[in-house]
Design a protein around this ligand. Structure first.
Ligand SMILES: *[C@@H]1O[C@H](CO)[C@@H](O)[C@H](O)[C@H]1NC(C)=O
Ligand SMILES: *[C@@H]1O[C@H](CO)[C@@H](O)[C@H](O)[C@H]1NC(C)=O
Ligand SMILES: *[C@@H]1O[C@H](CO)[C@@H](O)[C@H](O)[C@H]1NC(C)=O
Ligand SMILES: *[C@@H]1O[C@H](CO)[C@@H](O)[C@H](O)[C@H]1NC(C)=O
Ligand SMILES: *[C@@H]1O[C@H](CO)[C@@H](O)[C@H](O)[C@H]1NC(C)=O
Ligand SMILES: *[C@@H]1O[C@H](CO)[C@@H](O)[C@H](O)[C@H]1NC(C)=O
Length: 493
């Protein structure tokens, strides 16, 4: 039997619970109103300054669809054989074998990762892999038979492929790799839940075929993914906060990301995201896979062996931030020691030419295109050509452990277009200072190499390290959110 006072305590608790719950509904419905902010071409800083602007739906409706669809240079579809894909990634640094062990001890791994066994159509099926019945993942024992990622421009966003292969290989005793991340079978033990959807490839493959059916294949896959994920106990447990989703192509996951925005994304930049859906606190910036061949440290041309002062080859843009390319072109086109041409560097022979050009240039320009980032930065690093970054909104991979000012020159866009300014800066950097940056480039270029099997401090390993550093802040926010929901759960019991 309850006493009177116990009853009234119970009912007042019930009442306060109801109040809290309706407050929650009110807040979450008003938050969903500002969700569309993401595609906006209005600079993010402006939106942050004027929160009210965000809730005006017309901001979103002004965005021409075409810009989003064909914004990236269209993919070239030449196949890359596994032997080439894997060989393409020779690291310049020798691996430090002493840190590698055959058996990776689960208790020593920085990051325990549970990977959803999504059906093959979400990952290796997109590579044309015909999964044998009852088999979700390809076997890693015969590397030549491994499904390879399509070549050309597709490859620059292949992060999804390398991370998935690396997790698969973490349970293969014959593969030697760093022990940063390890796959666990029991999701309760995991720090992170990895979602193996090859979203960039799905965009490159399927997004263009949209007219005939109810939606593109890419859209259908994204919707199926959302339906699957939000029902899992792993998602419900953390509301997605400990999930890792790779969306490296700026146009990938455009549909699903609104519903999965609480997760950690692996992205190339935040150019097409609102700061609510993607931000540095929870997300990971990953490098593009470079297109040109990397040069070995002891083959790298010196200052005097690089006759070209500044190198740029790229597409003409057209929209938004890309206008600066035109302005720079007119400023630089008559300089004898500047290579500045428009045109895709990535058609077969073009890549080899670009690689050679960059390796014989002191500085390589990275000018904002229609997205703040591009693979040009990583091509420059691979050829030890000191990057000059003219892209105010760029996000840089692993910047919490790398100080890019040690090996890059940053010039604000508004300064770069002042007559003579850029050339003055570059000509002012003499052999000694340039060589310090070049030494640093040689030291860190291995951090941008995607490899299979992965090696210590290569791109794959660096991504896992970054994720494990996020773990701390993610867990903190999961636990803070649990404060009241968990207490109320106990109260009802
Ligand atoms: C929303 O946008 C419309 C059209 O651009 C404008 O007329 C209206 O004043 C805006 N509302 C607010 C609250 O800014
Ligand atoms: C890679 O493998 C494919 C098919 O097995 C073969 O045709 C190609 O010549 C190989 N490439 C190299 C560079 O060995
Ligand atoms: C792989 O790279 C090595 C070192 O550059 C080279 O000698 C070898 O021929 C390459 N193999 C293929 C298949 O491209
Ligand atoms: C990640 O968070 C979990 C839970 O708090 C913790 O047990 C684990 O040690 C953390 N991992 C790292 C690398 O900090
Ligand atoms: C797949 O596995 C299930 C359960 O183990 C089995 O009943 C089924 O026959 C298998 N299907 C094939 C095609 O092997
Ligand atoms: C998974 O791990 C949790 C926590 O360590 C444990 O309670 C549970 O029994 C495990 N489940 C399985 C199927 O091993």
């Amino acid at each position: 039997m309850f006493s009177i006072s116990e009853k009234s305590i119970l009912s007042s608790r019930l009442l306060s619970f109801l109040i809290a719950f309706s407050m929650f509904l009110l807040i979450s419905s008003s938050l969903s109103l500002i969700e569309f902010e993401e595609n906006s071409f209005v600079p993010k800083s402006v939106l942050q300054l004027i929160p009210n602007l965000v809730s005006n739906a017309s901001v979103n409706n002004q965005i021409p669809n075409a810009i989003i669809v064909d914004a990236q240079e269209s993919p070239v579809k030449s196949p890359v054989f596994p032997n080439e894909t894997l060989n393409n990634t020779i690291s310049v640094d020798e691996p430090e074998e002493k840190h590698l062990t055959r058996k990776c001890d689960k208790t020593k791994a920085h990051l325990k990762v549970y990977m959803h066994d999504l059906p093959p159509k979400f990952h290796f099926g997109l590579l044309g892999w015909n999964a044998p019945a009852n088999q979700t993942w390809p076997s890693l024992t015969d590397r030549v038979k491994l499904p390879s990622y399509p070549g050309g421009l597709n490859l620059q966003h292949s992060t999804e492929y390398w991370l998935t292969l690396d997790l698969l290989s973490s349970s293969n005793k014959d593969i030697v790799r760093p022990c940063t991340a390890i796959r666990v079978e029991n999701s309760s033990e995991a720090d992170v839940i990895f979602v193996p959807f090859f979203s960039s490839l799905s965009y490159n493959r399927f997004s263009k075929h949209r007219q005939n059916r109810k939606g593109s294949g890419d859209k259908v896959l994204q919707e199926e993914l959302v339906n699957f994920l939000v029902k899992t106990k792993e998602w419900k447990r953390s509301r997605g906060k400990d999930h890792l989703i790779v969306a490296h192509h700026p146009n990938s996951m455009l549909i699903a990301r609104r519903k999965l925005g609480s997760c950690m994304f692996v992205l190339s930049d935040f150019g097409r995201y609102s700061s609510r859906i993607a931000n540095l606190k929870k997300d990971v910036i990953a490098p593009y896979k470079h297109m040109v061949r990397s040069i070995a440290a002891d083959n790298s041309p010196l200052f005097d062996e690089r006759p070209i002062l500044a190198y740029f080859q790229g597409a003409i843009y057209r929209k938004d931030g890309g206008a600066i390319r035109h302005e720079l072109y007119y400023l630089l086109k008559n300089e004898k020691d500047v290579h500045f041409t428009f045109g895709s560097a990535h058609q077969s022979t073009g890549v080899r030419e670009a690689g050679k050009g960059m390796a014989h240039s002191k500085f390589c320009l990275n000018i904002a295109g229609d997205t703040p980032s591009s693979n040009r930065l990583f091509d420059a690093i691979a050829t030890h050509c000191v990057p000059v970054i003219i892209s105010d909104e760029i996000e840089l991979p692993f910047e919490d452990v790398l100080d890019y000012s040690e090996f890059c020159v940053f010039v604000r866009a508004k300064d770069a277009v002042r007559k003579g300014h850029l050339l003055n800066i570059l000509r002012g950097i003499k052999n000694e200072r340039w060589s310090r940056m070049w030494e640093k480039l040689k030291e860190i270029s291995g951090r941008f190499e995607y490899e299979f099997p992965s090696r210590e401090n290569d791109a794959v390993d660096m991504i896992w390290q970054t994720v494990s550093r996020k773990n701390v802040s993610t867990r903190l926010s999961v636990h803070r959110k649990n404060r009241y929901t968990r207490s109320q759960f106990r109260l009802r019991m």
